[in-house]
Write a protein that binds this ligand. Sequence first.
Ligand code: F0G
Length: 457
Amino acid sequence: MHEHSHQLRCVGCGAVIQPATVEKDFRCIACSELLEVEYPSWSAAGESLPGPRRMPNPGALRWLWQERLQSRLPIDQSGVWRFRELLPILQDPEQAVTLREGNTPLYRLLQTAEELGFEQLYAKHQGMNPTGSFKDTGMTAALSQARERGFQWVACASTGNTSAAMAAYAARARMNSLVLLPEGKISWSKLSQAIDHGAVTCQLKTDFDGCVRVLAEVVRRAPVYLLNSVNPYRLEGQKTPALEIAEEFDWQVPDHVIVPGGNLGNSSALGKGFLEMMHLGLSTKVPKITVVQAEGANPLYLSLLNCDGREIQPVEANTRATAIRIGNPASWRKAARVIRQTGGYCEQVSEAEIALAKAEIGQEGIGCEPASAVTLAGLKRLVRQGKIDRSESVVLLLTGHTLKDSEYTIDFHRDKLLTREESAGLERELSERRRATLSLEASSDAVLRVLEAAIQA
Ligand code: F0G
């Protein structure tokens, strides 16, 4: 692929920026807004540009992407680079740094569907990626860019998952990584991944938004490549689950896709993926994309409620779903646009609703981390409000693996997670989902007594 196969466009003022001249903070020099990748030969925005248009042939692409599932080439085995025609961002895609990310399962949620009265309810489990979260799909794309551009150091501020992914991909590429984390506000599992993969790991006495501010200065003053989701190449990788979902639906796409919202890169990326697919004729419609936030970290929800998503007021974020404990989301403008363009919604959910939904997904044998469970909690609210009909098809995007935050799960089952006020109104549902761990004598009699009681129950 050639350098000029893509360019960057500012989502604020529309300025076009050539990749070689992009600023280190990936913001527009004229208006400071974020950039997005576009492909002059086939993106919708390219229609007004001079030069030849080479729209890819949808039938040929579908065939090629299926064929690659049989290949032994690492980039074909990656669920991101398998779709490389739609993300031609590297000079040589064969040099991509890959851990065989993507190609994640789409599970049918049978019990939950039955309880809620849905026929078609699915979970796309991005926690089944190599480092246990959806961040891997974006990291393979952006870190490969960093390497191609000759950087030796990459850096991110993170609530945990980005740092785990970055540290792993940097280690694979034999590059160095710097991680800034909010001290005491991320799970041990995620911290352990960053350390295990050799990142220089700094815990700062601030929150995620504070880490972002410090990192911005570090990036200005040191030769490090920024890998937060303001980096538009991250979103190119993170749009590929949209392609996988469409492929699983035989290119018909579901009616709704529900995504957790934190820094709001992921909802933006999925929207881009679905919209590009429709533009190229790969699918004939886009799903409604809905973003769900925790009540304690809900700036996009408030922005859409109060001013139709025209501006955002940062909030002081607080939720036990630490992955989405973000008060000043970078990609809010992109996410608000995706909700508008696809006809989706933005919803908020309480701590108790998150905990209950997480337990329900766990009892399906699937499991996820707390931030992912906001999707199911949000679905229930939208059904009650009549915004989603039970006859419609819905995909919940589960963003992280259940083992990402075992402390949360154990606290939930020991009833140490929520306060009485937080549980109010959901006490019965919550207690029905709690499972005790038992300490017994090492005797079969003791175990059989427990088993009998369980059978009776
Ligand atoms: N779910 C999980 C498990 C996450 O780790 C994140 C974000 C989100 C949802 C929200 O995605 O930011 O694109 O809206 N985690 C980031 C991190 C911020 O540093 O790992 P988003």
